[in-house]
Ligand binder design. Sequence first.
Ligand code: PLP
Length: 365
Amino acid sequence: MIAIPQASPARRVARYRAEIDAAIDEVLETGRYVLGPRVEQFEEAFSAYLGAAHCVGVNSGTDALALSLRALGVGPGDEVITTALTAAGTAQAILHCGARPRFVDVNPFTRCIDPRAAEAAVNTRTAAIVPVHLFGQPADMTELLRIAARHALALVEDCAQAHGATTQGRRVGTFGNVAAFSFYPTKNLGCIGDGGAIVTNDASLAFKLKMLRCYGWRDDERISEALGFNSRLDELQAAILIVLLRHLDEGNSERRALATRYRKLGSLGFDLPPDDPGAVYYQFAVACDRRDVLRTYLSEEAGIATAVHYYPALHQQPAFQTDSPVALPETEKLARRLLSLPIQPEVAAPDFERIIDAVERGARL
Ligand SMILES: *Cc1c(COP(=O)(O)O)cnc(C)c1O
């Protein structure tokens, strides 16, 4: 019997239910349901929050990445350097625009792409680097920017797990040419369905992205100037995102406070995420040798759900196989050892002592 879920979007909705209900009512009454004033209002609010010039709301995080790569001209024959310790969408987006993912290893401490491995993988076909700010931990943007500039590569940040994270005094999503966000319900900023956004300081890229998300239309004349997609954000999701964006910093600081309390687990011999004040802890993942034993104990004996992100890593999944298999030792080791404990504030805060006690008991098995 699971008493404590790993995450619960319903509990976040319940917490802000009055504001969300009011926002939904307004949309239902206007009768404008797909793209429209609330999408525009959200795009303005989100780009202002991040400190970026433009935001384009789309269907999902995967589409946000795929359209970004396409708008940058990445396509068949190109390689895109990325990590294999990430959600499937990161690499699926690369394949969807006709390019090939070139997986490189992660830094075992940050669990994000290792800049040296990324630079070593650059060749004449390389078009872009897609770092992932995994679990809300900012990747090493200083080094990645340097590498992108040195080799004239596009830099596309996968910010699907890092809404509001900062590094060097700036929000992630403002470093690359473009950044992709997902609003899948469990994310730090999540809607009640699928949603995503692309953020950029490049006006011409934003213009192209708006065409790509809606049939290649340039404006209200509805003439397809280019091949586009249907990847629009709807008004209902945008209205809910406007509400939840107001509470994002609150949720993120609660996640940080929980992460601080989780750090006592370091005494059990677990490897913890870096203690980075800019991280926003989409997950709090500990690395331990007997991961599966602990996970089973927590679920069966203590009623606490956990999650494994990600096993197997993408380079070992069928959709991402290439002619020459790669070995990524740090990624593979983390894929075997990482366990994501509950950290969504509405889930973890009320039962925190119970979770810690159970993990301490499970670790001694
Ligand atoms: C969730 C996620 C995606 C995909 O987002 P969707 O909205 O589910 O398409 C991509 N990359 C990362 C790192 C994610 O966590």
